[in-house]
Ligand binder design. Structure first.
Ligand SMILES: Cc1cc2nc3c(=O)[nH]c(=O)nc-3n(C[C@H](O)[C@H](O)[C@H](O)COP(=O)(O)OP(=O)(O)OC[C@H]3O[C@@H](n4cnc5c(N)ncnc54)[C@H](O)[C@@H]3O)c2cc1C
Length: 325
């Protein structure tokens, strides 16, 4: 049966990744419009309840390959290729993130499929899926349709919202998959959290947001020092997380997290609309920017025009002195 298959990544405790849940929700919405089914693939150690729980997000069936390892792309390509071929799925949809890109690319090569990456929206046209993808540094959008099946759609990180519905339960189908030789040649040794991923920025009362104006990755230390002094956490713009300066977990905005702290201190952030939508409900917004015409000043309560490299260390010292005194 035609349908949309999603890969659902989980951690060692069996918690599913937010992007994967977003992709299942999006697949369920699209499947509803196409009159078909959304389903998910999970690998490794996932309990019956955990797998069936993906039904809440709209998966009708969850294909579970217990013996395939989680965290590496090649074994998951094996599993998804088998499920797509056996069950005749028309599309595979990924929520973004490095693993999603790797699996999606591998699956594309394996199945001779068409692929679109960095997709921000998917729509139904004439009974088929059409992927929207920003191009030319996000200044234009292109629509991509698919010739033949399956079509592979890899979303941009956080492009799809996770919507837990009425708590419906998915049918869990165990699948046996013989892994390809090459899929067993890499082994995950450890799995750890990246810097900053442990901080829940959505709950922080004080956030220091860092943007491209910080100049380079190491200068995030300036934002971290100030956040530490104030008892807050560090957030970031998409430009800097895409550049690898800070973890995706800290991204604020349209395709990141939405926050409303008591204080949002924006350092070297221009104030693009896609960033604004994620932080505009902050109680107090303080912006530091060397450009007096930066858009961020249009929605800041307090603005400092100047070089953040001079201002941030002084602010940190002042906060520490005040707390110490
Ligand atoms: C579909 C889509 C989704 C997107 N989603 C998001 C999202 O979720 N979140 C997000 O943040 N963006 C998102 N973007 C990207 C967004 O459009 C901007 O490109 C991004 O927010 C810019 O990040 P920035 O402010 O760090 O960098 P820039 O726009 O380059 O701004 C850097 C700022 O730093 C200032 N500056 C430079 N040096 C200094 C200094 N020494 N001292 C003080 N100030 C200095 C500059 O004047 C400038 O204003 C999205 C875009 C698209 C198309």
């Amino acid at each position: 049966m035609a349908g949309i298959l999603v890969y659902a990544l989980h951690d060692d405790e069996g918690n599913f990744n937010k992007n994967s849940l977003g992709a299942i929700s999006e697949a369920a919405k699209l499947a509803g419009e196409l009159g078909t089914e959304a389903a998910a693939v999970v690998v490794g150690d996932v309990s019956d309840d955990g797998a069936a729980g993906l039904g809440a997000y709209g998966a009708k069936r969850v294909f579970r390959a217990k013996d395939a390892p989680e965290g590496l792309a090649q074994p998951i390509v094996d599993v998804m290729a088998k499920v797509i071929s056996d069950e005749g799925f028309s599309y595979a949809l990924f929520g973004g993130g490095l693993l999603g890109f790797e699996i999606g690319a591998g699956l594309t090569a394996r199945l001779n499929a068409g692929v679109t990456m960095e997709v921000t929206e998917v729509k139904v046209q004439d009974g088929k899926l059409v992927a929207e993808r920003p191009v030319l540094q996000d200044s234009a959008i292109v629509d991509v349709g698919y010739v033949g099946e399956p079509g592979i759609i890899i979303g941009r990180l956080n492009a799809f919202d996770a919507n837990a519905g009425d708590g419906g339960s998915a049918e869990v189908v165990d699948v046996e998959v013989e892994l390809s030789d090459w899929s067993t040649k890499a082994r995950m040794v450890t799995r750890g959290e990246q810097r900053g991923a442990d901080v829940n920025i959505e709950d922080a009362e004080i956030l220091v947001g860092g943007g491209r104006g910080l100049g380079e990755k190491d200068n995030f230390k300036l934002a971290e020092d100030l956040a530490d002094a104030m008892g807050g956490a560090v957030a970031a713009t998409r430009a800097v997380v895409d550049a690898g300066w800070y973890p995706y977990a800290a991204q604020i905005g349209q395709t990141g997290k939405t926050v409303a702290p008591k204080l949002y201190l924006a350092a070297g952030i221009s104030g693009a609309i896609q960033h604004k939508v994620g932080m505009q409900n902050s109680e107090n917004i303080l912006a530091i920017n060397k450009d007096p015409n930066a858009p961020i000043f249009e929605f800041s309560d307090l603005g400092i025009v100047g070089d953040l490299h001079k201002i941030l260390p002084k602010l940190t010292e002042a906060v520490k002195a005040r707390k110490g005194g």
